[in-house]
Design a protein around this ligand. Structure first.
Ligand SMILES: [Zn+2]
Ligand SMILES: [Zn+2]
Length: 255
């Protein structure tokens, strides 16, 4: 069995003390690949350092997170553009819209999202979308780029069945993480109707820890609980969920 964590921030300070152990223990739980979304200029150095420490396992994305879209958005975007031109990345991410924390820079969030989608198309890279209280708006922006070969993941999907269908229609994948183990989220009723070929797995570590460790630091080894829950919801074997979602992820990111 092989699992892929399509979204984790293992380069953050939360893992400084025991990152070797975190990667090893994830390995014991069959997690072979770790895809690392960037946040902003403050995370790039750490991101690169982790990728360098674990070649062939950790893969960097480049992008500006919507929560980091502030007064200095132009300088931040310029940096993203420069890094994208310098080397290869597995994806542009994480990018998108977040209306939950702060709506001061909504207009700039839209502009940054569209700009970075443009670069993804230019470099032929998938995008990893962060959407919070903005699912319909993110879907609408992706639709603007229909027919341009844009691919990617709606990470940490927690929407309705109708939104899931719309995302699938755009050719995007649903990133499923710890939320699937939260009873109140109701994601089980959506996922039992979604074909596995549209799903990839993620932890978003150190955030969104699955049950039974909710409230503690999340780690890639907990992908196990997400796979098990999806298998349960879909009445399939854990191996089947692992095989199909891993193939989806490796195909998107190019292995
Ligand atoms: Zn996110
Ligand atoms: Zn994230």
């Amino acid at each position: 069995m092989q699992l892929v964590d399509t979204h984790c921030h293992l380069y953050l300070e939360e893992f400084d003390a025991d990152i070797d152990e975190v990667i090893d223990q994830a390995g014991y739980e069959s997690v072979t690949h770790f895809y690392l979304p960037n946040i902003d200029s403050s995370s790039i150095e750490r991101l690169y350092a982790l990728e360098k420490k674990f070649p062939g396992k950790c893969f960097a994305m480049m992008g500006l997170h919507p929560c980091s879209v502030k007064e200095n958005v132009l300088a931040e975007l310029l940096l993203v553009e420069q890094h994208l031109a310098e080397r290869k990345f597995c994806a542009v991410g994480e990018i998108g819209l977040d209306f939950y924390w702060d709506k001061t820079f909504v207009e700039q969030q839209y502009a940054a999202f569209r700009q970075q989608i443009g670069w993804a198309i230019e470099y032929n890279l998938p995008i990893v979308i962060h959407s919070r209280d903005s699912m319909d708006e993110c879907i609408a922006v992706v639709r603007e780029f229909a027919g341009k070969g844009l691919k990617g993941i709606f990470h940490c999907f927690g929407g309705t069945y109708d939104q899931a269908k719309q995302i699938i229609e755009t050719g995007f994948l649903l990133g499923i993480g710890g939320v699937v183990t939260y009873k109140k989220a109701g994601l089980d009723q959506v996922l039992d109707k979604i074909d596995l070929k549209h799903i990839v797995l993620e932890t978003d570590a150190p955030y969104l820890t699955p049950v039974p460790f909710r409230g503690k630091r999340n780690e890639s080894k907990y992908l196990k609980y997400i796979v098990e829950r999806i298998a349960e919801i879909q009445s399939r074997s854990v191996e089947e969920v692992a095989n199909v979602t891993t193939a989806n992820a490796l195909q998107l990111f190019g292995g």
